[in-house]
Design a protein around this ligand. Structure first.
Ligand code: BGC
Length: 429
């Protein structure tokens, strides 16, 4: 009881200070007549000043990839949390190339001297997806440069090797030269517009296999959701390795059954960072607390797990390859990261309310790996998080459910389309 009163007093004191500051600085005067009846402290800070974190989909132009710095610096407590897409793309590409080299004697199923692969693309306008497509093409020598970067668009089919957006690569192994060809690639988008769509990928492999079955020696997928759909519908039975991304538990388990490999984007670190930056901003402590600098409970991240880019206001987790050699260390993708697993003190970090959305309730990575991790960390960080599941198609399906932002102390946003930061920030202004 005593504890509760002390907290209430603290909350009121904080609320008062913030109200005064907001008035003094000519704040937007949104006093929220609709009175949520919720957390006092939440309703007295102007929504535009509340901590905001973008995660998983970085505010950026979906055609050029240019970062949307307006969204990324919406207020002083705005950040992005994701992973290092370039480094991860290299990890994925190299993992596939290494596999081909190691298995060169058996990989060419029809023995025609051409190693053929097909590629499942997640979302042509998503930085992570673009990076992964480029990483595969760069490592296998099939990329074509345009305007200083490797073309990342899908090619449709290219069985004859005549496509303009990719070229045949060459691989020298044991003094012998092999051709590598991207036989086909496609954005996996369903009829309703949902991207990274696993079911679409499962159908695509059926179509590809029926037209050029024996030519397919390897499968690359921008993520495990699509990769596992391909694996289960065709590649497992035909003993053709599929390489995905995300290290979801089901994909890691499938490595024992012939799934080629995957990449851990350190979701355990990302989920922690997503909530940790909000926690730090709400507590008014240095943003590095519990990240690069140990907090009072002893939580701290190792330097080898993330990088922070101050100009981009972005935290990027680092990626690790997961293959037949080490998959046993990654079997549970929902296990929190031990160095940041200690409970925060409720006196110093009192409970706060966070509104958080997942852009698509059927996204395999976000649903089976990221959200369970967030749910584990929210307790440790004393955050009461309301999880909103989107339909993966329209921003309004999600924004409609942020009717009263004044009820919350902070926001964590996962956009449907990376261009749409303003759809959310306009609700806070
Ligand atoms: C993940 C994908 C996921 C996408 C959603 C990516 O980082 O690798 O699996 O579908 O995020 O935005």
């Amino acid at each position: 009881m005593k504890k509760k009163n002390a907290l209430l007093a603290l909350g009121l004191a904080l609320g008062m200070t913030v109200t005064l500051t907001a008035c003094g600085s000519g704040g937007d005067g949104k006093t929220d007549g609709s009175n949520s009846g919720g957390n006092q402290a939440a309703s007295t800070v102007a929504n535009k000043d509340k901590p905001l974190v973008w995660f998983n989909r970085q505010p950026s132009n979906s055609s050029t990839g240019e970062l949307d710095m307006t969204a990324l610096s919406f207020n002083d407590n705005t950040y992005y949390v994701g992973f290092d897409a370039q480094q991860g793309a290299e990890v994925q590409g190299t993992m596939i190339k290494d596999y081909i080299e190691k298995n060169i004697d058996t990989i060419d199923r029809n023995g025609d001297g051409v190693i053929g692969y097909v590629l499942a693309i997640g979302d042509v306008g998503h930085n992570d997806s673009i990076a992964r497509t480029r990483g595969v093409r760069e490592a296998l020598g099939t990329g074509v440069e345009k305007d200083g970067g490797v073309i990342s668009e899908p090619i449709g089919t290219n069985v004859d090797g005549k496509a303009k957006s990719v070229k045949d690569g060459t691989l020298e192994v044991n003094g012998k030269s092999y051709k590598i060809r991207e036989l086909a690639s496609q954005e996996m988008k369903n009829n309703s517009g949902a991207t990274w769509d696993a079911a679409t990928a499962g159908n695509a492999i059926g179509t590809w296999a029926s037209s050029f079955d024996e030519q397919i020696d390897v499968i690359a997928s921008n993520n495990d959701g699509m990769g596992m759909s391909i694996f289960n519908s065709w590649s497992k039975d035909n003993k053709v390795p599929t390489f995905g991304y995300d290290a979801n538990s089901d994909a890691v388990a499938a490595v024992a059954e012939g799934y080629g490999g995957t990449v851990s984007q350190h979701a355990d670190v990302q989920a922690y960072l997503t909530l940790r930056v909000l926690r730090n901003a709400l507590d008014g402590v240095d943003i590095d607390t519990g990240i690069g600098t140990a907090d009072d409970a002893g939580n701290v991240l190792g330097e080898d797990t993330y990088v922070y880019n101050k100009d981009q206001r972005s935290y990027y987790a680092l990626n690790v390859p997961v293959t037949a050699e080490n998959y046993k260390d990654f079997t549970d993708s929902t296990k929190i990261y031990e160095p940041v697993s200690k409970q925060l003190d409720k006196e110093k970090s009192p409970e706060k309310k966070v509104w958080l959305n997942i852009y698509n309730s059927s996204d395999n990575f976000l649903g089976s790996t990221y959200q369970p991790l967030l749910e584990a960390y929210d307790d440790l960080l004393n955050l009461k998080v309301e999880y909103i599941a989107g339909d993966g198609q329209t921003e309004s399906n999600i924004t409609n459910r942020l009717g009263n932002p004044s009820e919350y102390d902070a926001f964590a946003i996962n956009m449907v389309k990376t261009d749409n930061g303003a759809s959310y920030t306009s609700l806070l202004n």
